[in-house]
Design a protein around this ligand. Structure first.
Ligand code: UD1
Length: 377
């Protein structure tokens, strides 16, 4: 049997790595990786293949950046050629990026079964492009693998039949558990201390990631973020690996010198998986608008403030360390102060976040596809 997994953007790589490992142990499965090229910079893509010990992709589509329609359409045109050549038995897509929806649409039109890993998550906010990607991908998928109970409930409400839905845990946590020890050996905090002249020490710094269009595409919002940094730097350095979209916007809006004036702010290029995991594990608190980091901080029991109005990952609020704040400056600054004063809720582990999600998925798919191919041949 031939399975194709699709990766496109940074948060996809750590989700496919454990699946690849699980399929590698199954003799009669050939698992291919197709990289759409949605993310293409060395530090947004290649470094993750190295860190996560992923083989070079079997096919690279090289679609690059563009508007949503352009990017989605380019992936579809190129991926269709791959599917016609390779004739896989199954396409596996992960997460909620444009490559995810593009490939699920292409495969389902060619009547190739689709498995969606990280299905069912909903922010109920269609201004977020990822929400549209999630809804479309789920409705087209034949196997829906869910990370938390809310996903099962959401899919039920949308009329997706129970027999397609599997609560299996979180493949991103599989990667985190696999690489946690190795990440401890990263020297990133020493390097950043040397470059910035600030002491980046365990429990002594704030870590930030921001890249959502809703936060970084408006000048006013970037100015709010600047005020949050100004109000928080007294507690400890603020380490901010900066996404290319965010860097571009800061430059376009002429805000570079104002960011440079925040003395406690340590700006770096985007980091690889191990270096970033190292910084997450030792951070006092993380400010983010990422989806995945809300889950990783819950797993690691590290305080997390999510600068969004909603989350598609409610378990991180209910049992985890996550707090939603939108861009409420006063609230965020006071939460940072609380955290440095030692006040934060403790995390409980969501069900099945145990490092075995990929194994469960591989076993389910193996069984289901075997049944299908033997009944056809
Ligand atoms: C994408 C995903 C988002 C995910 C994020 C993680 C969609 C709709 N969005 O957002 O869900 O959280 O990735 O990073 O799929 N760029 C580079 N180098 C790169 C890639 C991008 O410079 O390797 C720049 C380009 O100017 C590009 C911009 O970043 O136009 C945005 O990239 P894009 O892939 O469109 O969206 P992200 O904001 O990265």
């Amino acid at each position: 049997m031939k399975f194709i997994s699709v990766v496109g953007a940074r948060p996809n790589f750590m989700k496919v790595a454990p699946l690849h490992r699980a399929f590698a142990g199954m003799d009669d499965i050939r698992h291919m990786i197709v990289h759409t090229g949605q993310h293409y910079d060395q530090n947004m893509s290649k470094v993750f293949f190295d860190d996560l010990e992923l083989p070079k992709p079997d096919v690279y589509l090289g679609v690059g950046s563009g508007s949503h329609a352009e990017q989605t359409a380019k992936v579809m045109v190129e991926f269709e050629k791959v599917l016609r050549n390779e004739k896989p038995d199954l396409v596996i897509v992960v997460g909620d990026v444009n490559s995810t929806v593009a490939c699920s649409l292409t495969a389902s039109k060619l009547l190739i079964p689709v498995a969606h890993v990280e299905a069912g998550l909903r922010s109920f906010d269609r201004t977020m492009p990822e929400e549209i990607n999630r809804i479309v991908t789920d409705v087209l998928s034949d196997y829906l693998f869910v990370t938390e109970e809310s996903g099962v409930v959401n899919l039920k409400h949308e009329g997706i039949s129970d027999d397609k839905v599997f609560l299996v845990g979180d493949v991103m946590i599989d990667s985190l558990m696999m690489y946690r020890e190795k990440a401890k050996r990263s020297a990133m905090s020493d390097q950043l201390s040397a470059i910035s002249g600030q002491r980046i020490e365990p429990q002594g710094y704030t870590l930030v990631t921001l890249h959502r269009p809703s936060n970084v595409d408006e000048k006013e919002n970037l100015e709010t973020i600047l005020r949050i940094f100004q109000g928080s730097e007294k507690h400890g350095p603020i380490v901010f690996p900066i996404h290319p979209r965010t860097r571009k916007r800061i430059e376009e809006f002429g805000l570079s010198s104002q960011f440079a004036q925040v003395r406690g702010l340590v700006l770096t290029d985007p980091l690889g998986y191990l270096d970033f995991l190292n910084l997450m594990m030792d951070a006092r608190i993380i400010l983010t608008d990422s989806g995945g980091i809300q889950e990783e901080t819950t797993f690691l029991n590290v305080p997390c403030v999510t600068l969004r109005e909603n989350t598609e990952r409610p378990v991180t609020l209910e049992v985890g360390t996550n707090v939603l704040t939108g861009l409420d400056t006063d609230k965020i600054v006071s939460l940072v102060a609380d955290c440095y004063a030692g006040k934060w809720k403790k995390s409980m582990m969501p069900r099945l976040w145990d490092g075995k999600a990929a194994e469960r998925i591989a076993n389910i798919l193996y069984g289901a596809m075997r049944l299908k191919t033997t009944s056809v041949h």
